[in-house]
Design a protein around this ligand. Sequence first.
Ligand code: SF4
Length: 495
Amino acid sequence: MTNTQTMPRSYEVRTYGCAMNVHDSERLTGLLEGAGYVAGEAGNSDVVVFNTCAVRENADNKLYGNLGMLGEKKRENPDLQIAVGGCLAQKDRDLIIKKAPWVDVVFGTHNIGSLPALLERARHNNEAQIEILEALETFPSDLPTKRDSTYAGLVSISVGCNNTCTFCIVPSLRGKERDRRPGEILAEIQALVADGVVEITLIGQNVNTYGVEFGDKGAFAKLLRACGEIEGLERVRFTSPHPAAFTDDVIHAMAETHNVMPLLHMPLQSGSDRILKAMKRSYRSEKFLGILDRARKAIPGLAISTDIIVGFPGETEEDFQDTLRVMSEGEFSVAYTYQYSIRPGTPAAEYADQIPKEIVQDRYERLMVLANEIAWQQNKKQIGSIVEVLVANEGRKDGATNRMSGRTRDNRLAHFEIPAGEPAPRPGDLVNVLVTDAAPYHLLADDTSAYSMRRTRAGDAWDAADAASCAVPTTDGPKGAVSLGLPTLRTKSAN
Ligand code: SF4
């Protein structure tokens, strides 16, 4: 046997899309490592896995472009294996092999646990393997995991969605809502906390309908309260709720549970009732604003973020003005704004009254101006206050300013200065800082007079992980940019 045969094969996972995909990719890396693969260098691994998203515009063009480039590599190195999973794989299925015959494995959203076996079978049989299931086989959270972060974890409480928003491909790709039992969720959180995690984000396509499958309408609020009982868990977040099913018991649970963070991400999508109806979203702007009002009254200092789509088929200037009005009244700390574009396979893709691109672009730009202005106003209100920041993995120390970065309790990005002579906090440690300035999407804390730092078990876990990877424990974070926060769609690479 030669040396190369005994060398473990290396892998990289390229992740596109939402928090659910990031969560699934942590399972994919855990499964691969469990099967003996080792993390490889980006662009230089034996196995490349794409975890795809079907929501973003041009997702398919980008995927096939990337596959084209890898096809060249595979001609030079026939040992290279390429696997495509996630929502686009669930949608395109064997079309992927037709367009890129050098792909080895196609797997769907319901069977990520099959990846190692499919890779093995593809190698053994020298033939592409396509396996797409129509229903969930194993809840992704029950699969082995390799997490990206030492201090924060994503915990899936449900998958799938029972709604039928006309712009959205998710229900047809992820299926009906499946809820995980509360005991399993809490056991996973306990295990994460025991590993040093101090922040968890409960994720699901529609978290506040959690419990529908086992007949408990109050299950999500109960779950939040149960998180409050977990010792050592500092921060609990969740994404995303749906305004139609949102009930006040969740507001009360947020207000009364010490570690549930004061941030509510509440997707508006449109401020026009007519467009909401066409989107098949069964709340109206008045109900939406009522939720915000009640939540703000119950939770002091609550920040609210949202998602908005402009240019949905049939949207008139008057409809758009309604969106601007609700946007102003909503006073969002962040609005994630999207231009509507046709997603094949969705009902709205068939609507005749599609809006010309230049009108969509014009509205989008006007919406962005207002969104930035409101976000800036909201951030300026923080100036002069002392905020608690959880130091981020990406919280790299800037040599010139001695600054690091992290997230406040209400999820604002904050760059803070460390007093001269003080040790730098580690990712996962908590600092209190005085906000001295604000930009639309970050806070600055350059006055160190109020600075204090609390070392956490997450920081200790960071040191331990660093030591285990044979590096000398460092007080600087790794290089990289700080992401905008969970609700943002993002592209990232996990390996
Ligand atoms: S609630 Fe609507 S937008 Fe969200 S996943 Fe379900 S169908 Fe899609």
